[in-house]
Design a protein around this ligand. Structure first.
Ligand code: BMA
Length: 364
């Protein structure tokens, strides 16, 4: 017979073990995503597409449809989604995609072994103007001590609730990449180089990540992604919030890949990103790129392909993501019949560019 005291001790022990297991389980989801990316490093670069399952050129919300699949027969390995508008309590994002659908797509992708990544073009917590107000001073007013700090916290609460709801069928959290405050080295957003100092920016980034983590979001992997306005490690790190807040070092780069011969600059900049990532033991990614309308029929092979086949990039880049296919007037991935279709298909068939099936085969 065990005594009452022993029963209580046993009960406490079981509670402690259960608690540890929950913590481990949460951490494992986040670590799993990072492990998967480490696992494929040097074996291939994941190909990603923004809003891939939601719509494409000439279609929207058709189950299982995807412009990448239409062309290549397979889905991307990485899927980008946009949160802008959620912080205002809206049901649809700034591109009219319902958040309920984004939730379901994320579950769908996770079930099939793909990776989800989120961008966020928030409306200002001060007066709800959109992100593209690079001349408006917002950041210092939303930081702790600022007049609009509480409004900012309210926005983060909404984002946290959306993220916390990302669960698979068994109730486990789905890991994802969050890429907030991107392209800060450009002057077009209210968190950009014209509207806040690097120190204010770093505070904003750290505050955002700490706030979300404190809500219990241990399934969140974080990406830092300046645009391409740097030519040294120092400049690349000018806005960097610190190793404790970032897992993936990225770059958005449309600009260089539009210029004649610009692929050399894009490669040089990726070398900087990769060097820093290696020194810090982080992952490296080309977090956004593309050519609007793909009106250069060899852009995929000659521009993007040149970058992705550079030996250092090949060995070290985790993923590349092209932007969304909204309509015939705004798209970045060619649809069947488009002048760049064969070329894009050819690039995506290269053994080192991984679509979903190949990613799943390589992963443990
Ligand atoms: C931009 C464009 C916009 C869109 C925004 C957020 O690059 O595609 O049309 O609203 O991204 O997704």
């Amino acid at each position: 017979m065990i005594t009452k005291k022993e029963r209580i001790l046993l009960y406490i022990l079981i509670c402690l073990l259960y608690g540890c297991q929950t913590v481990l389980k949460r951490d494992t989801t986040r670590e799993k995503l990072i492990d998967d990316l480490n696992e494929i490093q040097g074996k291939g670069i994941l190909f990603g597409h923004q809003d891939d399952l939601a719509y494409g050129v000439g279609w929207e919300y058709i189950d299982g449809e995807s412009d990448v699949k239409r062309l290549t027969g397979d889905y991307p390995a990485l899927f980008g989604w946009e949160l802008g508008g959620i912080e205002l309590g809206r049901n649809v994002n700034l591109d009219s995609v319902p958040f309920s659908k984004i939730h379901d797509f994320v579950v769908w992708v996770n079930e099939r072994g793909g990776i989800n990544t989120f961008s966020w073009h928030p409306y200002s917590p001060i007066d709800s103007v959109d992100s593209w107000h690079g001349d408006m001073v917002v950041v210092k007013h939303i930081l702790p001590g600022g007049d609009f700090h509480q409004q900012f916290n309210n926005q983060l609460d909404i984002i946290a609730a959306f993220f916390l709801d990302l669960k698979d069928k068994s109730g486990s959290s789905i890991p994802f990449i969050f890429r907030p405050w991107h392209e800060m080295d450009g002057a077009w957003f209210w968190w950009g180089s014209n509207s806040c100092t690097p120190v204010e920016f770093q505070k904003l980034f750290r505050y955002t990540i700490s706030y979300l983590r404190n809500k219990g979001l241990n399934n969140m992997v974080v990406a830092y992604s300046p645009d391409c306005n740097f030519d040294s490690q120092e400049k690349y790190l000018q806005w960097y919030p610190g190793d404790a807040y970032v897992d993936i070092l990225g770059m958005d780069n449309y600009h260089d890949l539009k210029q004649s011969g610009g692929e050399k600059n894009a490669i040089d900049k990726l070398h900087i990103v990769i060097e820093v990532a290696k020194e810090k033991g982080k992952l490296a990614a080309l977090t956004e790129t593309g050519l609007e309308l793909v009106n250069d029929s060899t852009w995929y092979s000659k521009k993007l392909g040149a970058v992705l086949s550079d030996s250092v990039v090949k060995e070290n880049l985790s993923y590349v993501m092209v932007w969304r296919n909204d309509s015939e007037k705004h798209f970045y991935f060619p649809f069947p019949g488009h002048q760049a279709a064969a070329d894009a298909k050819e690039l995506l068939s290269q053994p080192n560019i991984l679509l979903l099936n190949e990613f799943n085969q390589i992963k443990k």
